[in-house]
Ligand binder design. Structure first.
Ligand code: ADP
Ligand code: UDP
Length: 237
């Protein structure tokens, strides 16, 4: 397989074509952004950590029956994935109140929910990723009813599995964002990434934040937090 031209550069990753029309290579950057790109910086070593962590988790999710775009890790920063058409929905699952949920509903962070919640945003940077419900998603033809049902099912499966993987390493999974895509044969698969950029991860004992909130909120120690999650997840490999 051969790496070809860059087809996209996003805030955290670049995407390259390959000689196989069904495959692309994603390359993870150290660039960090928050608040829809208004805050910019870098977190040294983040690209490699997010790449390796995403791949580790996607392999384990796939084993448990969640179809993913993952194909093969090429290097610290680069991975071959199935090329998909991204469903323009950000799927957010929450187990504990934090971030925009706490702000929107005027509650403190850290309230443990009896049941996880799901919400969708329209993935559209120009509009600031507005929140929408499944009726809006259908009206906007972002996905079909069956696709939305499947996405919901997979998202809750990912939550159950990911919560377990994190608990094993002493971390509470607070909330996270997923993206799904459609392969050329119309199959819905989990795409994009699962990393401290896209999850809120709190140490179960100290409640220390081990995720991008360290960058968003200028708490310091973002590099160390990402490394800590990686170390617990993958040992010294
Ligand atoms: P953003 O576009 O939000 O700045 P990134 O910097 O992470 O985000 O860029 C990666 C882009 O690649 C995203 O738009 C994401 O939706 C897209 N993407 C993720 N997985 C795949 C895939 N398997 N095939 C095609 N595009 C993908
Ligand atoms: N999230 C993300 N990308 C986004 C928006 C949210 O990865 O564009 C993740 C975020 O890291 C958190 C979860 O989704 O783990 C919920 O985020 P929230 O809605 O609380 O928004 P935020 O506080 O990040 O504005």
């Amino acid at each position: 397989m051969e790496k070809r031209e860059q087809i996209y550069e996003g805030k955290a990753k670049k995407v390259f074509a390959t000689d196989d029309p069904e495959l692309v290579i994603v390359s993870y950057k150290d660039d960090a952004t928050a608040f829809n790109g208004l805050k910019k910086g870098t977190i040294a070593g983040k690209g490699a950590i997010n790449n390796r962590m995403t791949n580790n988790l996607m392999r384990r999710l796939e084993e448990k029956g969640v179809p993913t775009h993952y194909v093969e890790e090429l290097s610290d920063r680069e991975t071959v994935v199935k090329k998909v058409t991204i469903v323009p929905l950000e799927v957010i699952i929450r187990n504990i109140s934090a971030g925009s949920f706490a702000k929107r509903y005027g509650v403190e962070e850290g309230i443990v929910f009896d049941e996880p919640t799901i919400e969708f945003s329209y993935k559209n940077d120009d509009l600031g990723d507005p929140l929408l419900n499944t009726y809006h998603a259908l009206a906007l033809k972002l996905a079909t009813k069956d696709e939305i049902e499947l996405i919901k099912k997979y998202a809750f499966m990912v939550n159950d599995l990911l919560k377990g993987f994190m608990k094993e390493i002493g971390i509470d999974l607070v909330d996270f964002k997923l993206e799904f895509g459609k392969t050329s044969d119309g199959k819905i698969v989990l795409a994009d990434e699962i990393s401290p950029d896209t999850c809120r991860l709190w140490d179960e004992k100290t409640h220390e934040k081990l995720d991008k909130d360290r960058f968003r909120r200028d708490l310091g120690g973002a590099e160390e937090a990402y490394e800590e999650v990686m170390r617990r997840l993958m040992g010294d490999k």
